[in-house]
Design a binder for this molecule. Sequence first.
Ligand code: SF4
Length: 469
Amino acid sequence: MPVVPLKFRPHQDGLLLFADDAGGYFKSDHAFLRRYACDQLTSGDLAFLHVNGHAYNAVGDLAYSGFEHRFAERLYLPREMDYVILVPTLRCNLACGYCQVSRVNEATPGFDWDDSTVEAVIGFLDSLSARKIKVEFQGGEPLLRLDVIERIRDFCSQRFDACELVICTNLQEVSDPAWDLLGRDDVFVSTSLDGNRMTHQKQRTILPGKTDQFFLHLDFAVSRLGSEKISALPTIDPRNAPSPEEVIETFLNYDIRSIYLRPVNYQGFARKKFDARGSADLWNRYHASFIDALVEHNWSSAVPVEEYYFVHCLRRVLRSGHNGHVDLRNPNIVGHGYVVIDYDGKIYPTDEARMVTRIGQFDMSMGDVFRGISAETIDRLNAEALNNFHPDCVHCPYQAFCGVDLVDDISRYGRIDMPKHMTDFCQRHTSIFDRIFAMIYSDDPKVKKTLALWAGTSHFDPLLAKVHQ
Ligand code: SF4
């Protein structure tokens, strides 16, 4: 009976975790590995592998077709373009130390869309075939160009069947008309909240008065708009991080129960200020301690909290089709489902590509709103944007759940052919998936409770933790 290729990795209890290309997994021991490698599988081994979808009788039989289907379901297929990130200005009223976008001072001229750019952006939006659209405004501080946001919103609400707007704002200066805009049903707020007051002030607002102003605005936003319309992202410097408990408490004060921890990034201004290139190990330790703190919190609290990206990875392990996060897909085709339009009308496949270009590393633009998209460079990049054939990934049991981020590789290493295990991307994801499988195979009732909460089930099904001996 043919067996599909299995990849394996030591598990923390001395056993091995095995997984196939379609994301099916189980634990077994070194004796099984020897039998598998030496073609000496027993009838018991084969029965286990067949029942669990890792073996088939003949190409084309039900077991084989099922495996092929599961494999295909794991792959990301880009949709029509229905998501556009707009940068109407690079000007900002803060100067955060880690700012990724190389912002400019609020009064600097020449970094805003002029009328012809606004018209060309509207023309670009008009050319899309999607019936629904999501438009995210970034900056700089996009609320400095409320007029542009209103114009784009007016156009989109007439042109598309449905339109959702996300305003990525620092909530530092919010005028009455801006509050009116943020209060509309189709508008959502994304802001930064760097863990606790002290860290937020150190990394972002600097002056106590400005810090007060931000927290006042955040309070007001939560009470007026509701916490479900606000996402607040903490950017964490792992060398100087607030304790996980403090971060959880701060977010719960605003009834925000999903926390998306982000390491300070090695892009834009952060490149100069922080040595964030080789900090995966530090980050992994902080992130692991954060998961520990969440497990403790969820055990005794009636208000469960999640770490957004960890839960996203968990869901990718448990089910196919979780391709909603642009940083974790395979293949990670960029420049198709969404694009970024910069302050000068240039189009980029991702926000990170915009930053790589802005600091002069590589030109990763793909045309502009005046002349249209020319995707030659991006198509060449996309030809490499999958992990199925990478020499490290083909041996990795996490390959079906993982992805690629070539723009991040270019930004950090100036190349896309680094051995994967040496990349920040791989080191961070190996750590996350190690932790996920440690939790899946844990007997600790606290861990089981949190896993069930994060998986969206009443209890964590033991069938998800198969062991073959
Ligand atoms: S990037 Fe690393 S963790 Fe992800 S599949 Fe490749 S080897 Fe595995």
